[in-house]
Design a protein around this ligand. Structure first.
Ligand code: HEC
Ligand code: HEC
Ligand code: HEC
Length: 151
């Protein structure tokens, strides 16, 4: 590459500014902490800073492998994340990922990340019917009906 040419300089400049933009995104995502509601309990499944940076690698699965052969490399369950990081809405029920306040969206929206996980996985803790009174059960069934699919 002709590093002294005008184009070379421009290129360098744009690479540097791109790097700065992505760097500031990372820093800002961390600064968002005030708006990130901590999970239940004392600690996460791993160190908090580690989780910020690496949670995606703990969870990611090769779709076909998981579906057909079981999951080998997945260290933590998504269900666990969802149960500790459930956030209650004004109706007292856990928010689904359709709410921007959902834990997983608290950074993702900001960082312009979108995940398709919740097309298949529940985004709030699943209710056990045995935990409910018949009155509550009736309500849940009604909401499910009006919501269509429970995401
Ligand atoms: C036992 C409950 C529990 C489970 C299970 C859990 N977390 Fe956490 N998580 C927490 C707590 C508590 C914190 C806050 C820790 C702190 O402040 O040191 C936290 C913090 C985090 C953070 C950092 C948030 C911030 O403020 O920057 C991320 C990201 C995170 N968890 C993702 C996950 C993911 C993904 C999973 C599933 C693999 C998961 N957690 C499972 C309780 C949990
Ligand atoms: C502390 C902020 C924060 C929280 C809370 C958070 N994420 Fe993330 N997540 C990010 C950032 C930032 C990225 C993009 C990082 C990158 O691409 O290197 C990301 C990326 C991901 C990816 C990879 C996306 C891709 O296209 O490769 C997955 C999967 C993911 N997050 C799952 C989750 C789940 C599930 C939750 C909720 C349990 C969650 N995240 C909560 C910040 C967060
Ligand atoms: C096409 C449907 C589909 C999509 C999309 C999908 N998964 Fe899965 N996932 C499955 C199936 C099926 C299993 C195996 C059955 C099970 O354990 O629930 C599974 C299992 C898992 C497991 C281990 C089991 C557990 O208890 O959590 C994790 C973790 C997981 N998926 C995370 C993710 C994340 C993160 C995303 C988004 C990046 C995602 N999945 C997207 C279908 C899907």
């Amino acid at each position: 590459m002709q590093s002294n040419s005008h184009i070379g300089k421009l290129l360098k400049l744009s690479i540097v500014s791109l790097a700065m933009i992505s760097l500031s995104m990372v820093i800002n995502a961390a600064d968002l902490a005030a708006e990130i509601i901590p999970g239940k309990g004392e600690a996460c499944v791993e160190d908090k800073d580690f989780m910020r940076r690496n949670h995606m690698d703990l969870l990611r699965h090769d779709r076909d492998e998981t579906v057909h052969k079981g999951n080998r490399d997945i260290k933590h369950s998504l269900k666990e994340c969802i149960s500790c990081h459930a956030i209650e809405g004004s109706d007292g029920k856990a928010l689904t990922v359709s709410s921007p306040k959902h834990f997983c969206r608290s950074c993702h929206d900001y960082a312009a990340v979108s995940v398709d996980c919740f097309q298949c996985h529940a985004s709030r803790p699943e209710l056990k019917t045995s935990d409910l009174s018949s009155e509550e059960l009736k309500k849940v069934l009604e909401t499910k009906e009006s919501e269509g699919k429970d995401k």
